[in-house]
Design a protein around this ligand. Structure first.
Ligand code: FAD
Length: 321
């Protein structure tokens, strides 16, 4: 059944986040030959519309307002609901990001519909679109179909491959005027922590440090390895609790849930709560001096050794490639 699918594009620092293109690829499957409509919300986002089209959207709608310059659940939900009313799509796709996780349940409740969150893959099977999502902290997967009403999903970053960019692809980018009003939250200023390099949530390569790094300085060899591989540095809660790094790097049940192509765990024991955030990574390498460490049970490659010897050695070898 062909359907119209609305896809939320996410903008950060005036650029589209990768998850926007992955959401379009998911929307293409869900549309079953129907129309994929990109949606961009913000203060000045129209210029990004053509890129969504190059990644597979058929057309793009923008909602622009100074009050939408920074994300608020209140303002963005007004924008999305207005577009939903105008377009009446049969399906809606968000990234399973901080924005998607905040906005999608609110919209599902306002639209009185269900939500399949954190989808890691989807396919057409037996006349249905079947969505797969992890449960029990990634220990099992469940498959879901939508039998009635709006097909509303969030997709986990780095799982559904984006389509190839086609620079020759064109389509309509139109704007919808929405009166954003009665906001209960207004963001006056955003004060960001200085972040280095690649965004952890979207990184294809993650080098994570645990309590085994022993100090803030102990993260330096990990950062050097991450730089060589074009990756980002993450951490266990053990390392965050010990104040070796910021909590924004925490991976796990109560931190970020990631699925990079390559995850290198350095001095991390592999507690169940940590595994919940990384065990679905495509390739896992563990470096730990304890051969009995639990992390080796989920690792594809294990190196028993001192991370302060192994990590610089890896970095030097990779620099030669
Ligand atoms: P440790 O368990 O102390 O392990 C350190 C490892 O480093 C050891 O295996 C040791 O052999 C190795 N090591 C030491 N020195 C070296 C060296 N020089 N070279 C190589 N290896 C070395 N944890 C998370 O990570 N994420 C979460 O989201 C999370 N949420 C939690 C939620 C709850 C409700 C609870 C109760 C706990 C949660 N935890 C979480 C904590 C979790 O249970 C573990 O305590 C934590 O993951 C341990 O961190 P670690 O592996 O860095 O430290």
């Amino acid at each position: 059944m062909a359907r119209k699918v609305l896809v939320m594009g996410e903008v950060r620092d005036s650029s589209l986040r990768n998850v926007s293109f992955e959401a379009i690829a998911a929307a293409k499957v869900m549309a079953e030959g129907g129309e994929v409509v990109g949606l961009l919300v913000g203060e000045s986002v129209a210029s990004l519309g053509s890129e969504l089209i190059q990644y597979g959207a058929d057309r793009v709608i923008t909602v622009e307002d100074a009050l939408l310059a920074t994300y608020t659940s209140d303002g963005y939900s007004q924008a999305v609901l207005a577009v939903m009313e105008e377009e009446s799509p049969e399906a809606l796709v968000f990234g399973h990001t901080a924005l998607g996780k905040d906005l999608s349940p609110r919209l599902a409740s306002k639209l009185d519909t269900g939500l399949i969150s954190d989808v890691t893959s989807l396919e057409e099977a037996g006349g249905n679109i079947v969505f797969t999502r992890p449960i029990y902290s990634g220990k099992a997967f469940e498959k879901k179909i939508v039998t009635d009403g709006l097909m509303f999903v969030t997709i986990r970053p780095n799982n559904v491959p984006a389509l190839e960019k086609d620079a020759a692809r064109t389509g309509d980018v139109s704007s919808l005027s929405v009166a954003i009003k009665d906001l209960r939250t207004i963001v006056r200023d955003v004060i960001r922590k200085a972040t280095q390099g690649v965004d952890l949530s979207e990184a294809k390569v993650v080098i994570a440090g645990g309590r085994g790094v022993k100090s803030e300085d102990g993260f330096k060899p990990l950062q050097e390895l991450a730089d060589v591989l074009g990756g980002a540095v993450g951490a266990s809660r053990g390392a965050c609790d010990a104040e070796y790094c910021d909590y924004s790097l925490q991976i796990g049940q109560t931190g970020k849930v990631l699925t990079p192509d390559l995850y290198i765990a350095c001095g991390i024991s592999g507690a169940i709560q940590h595994l919940a955030g990384m065990s679905n990574s495509k390739v896992i390498v563990a470096i730990n001096k304890d051969p009995e460490a639990n992390i080796f049970k989920v690792a594809d490659y294990g190196i028993v050794g001192d991370l302060f010897e192994v990590v610089p050695m890896l970095t030097e070898e990779l620099k030669k490639l």
